[in-house]
Ligand binder design. Structure first.
Ligand code: S3P
Ligand code: PEP
Length: 448
């Protein structure tokens, strides 16, 4: 398993490869972060032991495993059949789970938002903290929601990490109103635990905007798979009936968001990339690549579980709405496009691993790009780019955005490629292999 503290800054930077030929590759990507961490939470709350097959092994999933172990769940690795590491067997928290505990959230939104409601269901005080950047991420809604449910939370008045949750062994639940405009994870977190509240949960989002709707749909879907009754027939409202969460044995889908940079390589180099294991139907936001990449001029075909993306190397800009965690990859492609682009509906990215709107603007413009921020996104004009350092802000998707631009622009140095260990520790190896092609012909910033 990847150690949660494996995020070591690489001060000298990582020269992004610039292939001389179009890429032509089959790329297997590891399991979905969002599915792995949801199933881990549900397994910890379930009515018996569960198995996750082909789960993600990365910093975010390791942090979730450690958090649930700290709360009292038993999690063991057993040999799996996939290429990306062992399966996970999970013994749920016992009904009398108790005792004080510390949880390191790292920079994982899923850990800092999904685990506090579980802490509320146990007896004992659980202290949460994380990386320096994690202390900047919005947490106030989770903290206030737990207080509204009658749970004592000590956050020193910060509305952010670090904070502690004093669980009393049960949560009554009932109707709860929140504004989840800053993150869909505020909704998902409460829904995941809601069936274990004595009266279930009637959650109402009362704000103007709700981001990342696909991720909420994923939460509802996995809950239903575990036998939990969820009524989402009224927009912005969810009723979770009280009841057991059924133990399960599930195969985790590949991470379609993390497939994005590899598919983008087909567009940037005018090549072909195939991703096996692409699900026929899925709630992952990354399924939107099948629509977004053709909008940019590529061909995308899903056949026999393999998504094939082909391109002639011309990238068309356009208007891209609500791209959620796909936005940094979309922005990198737009920076290489031959016409202007607008990304909308992503104001909340200012509260992600870093302020992604500011970071993308700064780093693309540093390479000669023309990016401006809007209230809810980015405007990107075509501009000739040159090499230079691409800052990563401890953000895995900034690191992969720099790698994408480096495919076309010689001399791009990604400041800290190890940031990709958050959700894909294999990224640098897979990317180097992709760029080298069958004959190993990729150039790098150092060489060229
Ligand atoms: O629930 C999840 O697994 C996630 C929800 C989204 O969060 P936001 O709604 O904060 O964007 C997404 O960006 C994040 O990467 C993962
Ligand atoms: C926003 C992201 O992560 P997190 O789960 O930490 O919110 C992301 O992976 O793009």
């Amino acid at each position: 398993m990847v150690s949660p503290s494996a995020l070591q800054p690489v001060t000298e930077g990582w020269p992004a490869p610039t292939p001389t030929d179009p890429v032509d590759a089959v790329v297997r990507v590891p399991g979905s972060k969002s599915l792995t961490n949801r199933y881990l939470v549900l397994a910890a709350l379930a009515d018996g032991p569960s198995r996750l097959r082909a789960p993600l092994h990365s910093r975010d999933s390791a942090l979730m495993v450690q958090a649930l172990q700290a709360l009292g769940a038993g999690i063991a690795q057993v040999p799996g059949s996939g290429p990306f590491g062992p399966d996970l067997l999970v013994e749920p928290l016992s009904s009398g789970a108790a005792g004080d505990a510390d949880v390191d959230c790292g920079l994982a939104g899923t850990v800092m938002r999904f685990v506090p409601p579980l802490a509320a269901l146990r007896n004992g005080t659980v202290s949460f903290d994380g990386d320096p950047h994690a202390r900047q991420r919005p947490m106030g809604v989770t903290i206030e929601a737990l207080r509204a449910l009658g749970i004592e939370v000590d956050d020193g008045g910060r509305g952010a990490l670090p904070f502690s949750v004093a669980g009393r062994g049960e949560v009554a639940g009932g109707r709860l109103e929140i504004d989840a405009g800053a993150s869909s994870q505020f909704v998902s977190a409460l829904l995941l635990a809601g069936a274990r509240f004595t009266n279930g949960l009637h959650l109402v989002h009362s704000g103007a905007n709700l981001p990342s709707l696909d991720h909420i749909a994923m939460t509802v879907q996995v809950l239903r798979e575990c036998g939990v009754e969820v009524d989402d027939s009224v927009p912005n409202q969810w009723r979770v009936s009280p009841g057991t969460i059924r133990a399960f044995d599930v195969a985790i889908e590949p991470d379609l968001s993390n497939a994005g940079p590899f598919l983008a390589a087909a567009l940037v180099t005018g090549g072909t990339v195939r991703i096996p294991g692409w699900p026929e139907t899925t709630t992952q936001v990354g399924d939107q690549w099948c629509r977004i990449l053709p909008q940019m001029g590529a061909e995308a075909e899903l056949s026999d579980g393999v998504l094939t993306v082909r391109s002639d190397g011309k990238i068309r800009g356009g208007v891209f709405a609500d791209t959620s965690e796909l936005a940094p990859t979309v922005a990198a492609l737009c920076a290489l496009a031959d016409s202007p682009s607008v990304l909308t509906g992503i104001a909340h990215l200012r509260g992600h691993e870093t302020d992604r709107l500011a970071a993308l603007k700064t780093e693309i413009n540093r390479l000669g790009g023309s990016v401006t921020e809007t209230d809810d996104g980015l405007r990107i004009q075509p501009a000739p780019l040159h090499g230079g350092t691409f800052g990563t802000y401890a953000d895995h998707r900034m690191a992969t955005a720099g790698a994408i631009i480096g495919l076309a622009v010689p001399g791009v140095v990604v400041e800290d490629i190890s940031a990709t260990s958050k959700t894909m520790p294999e990224f640098a190896d897979l990317w180097t292999e992709l760029a080298a092609g069958p004959s190993g012909t990729a150039g790098t910033a150092q060489e060229g």
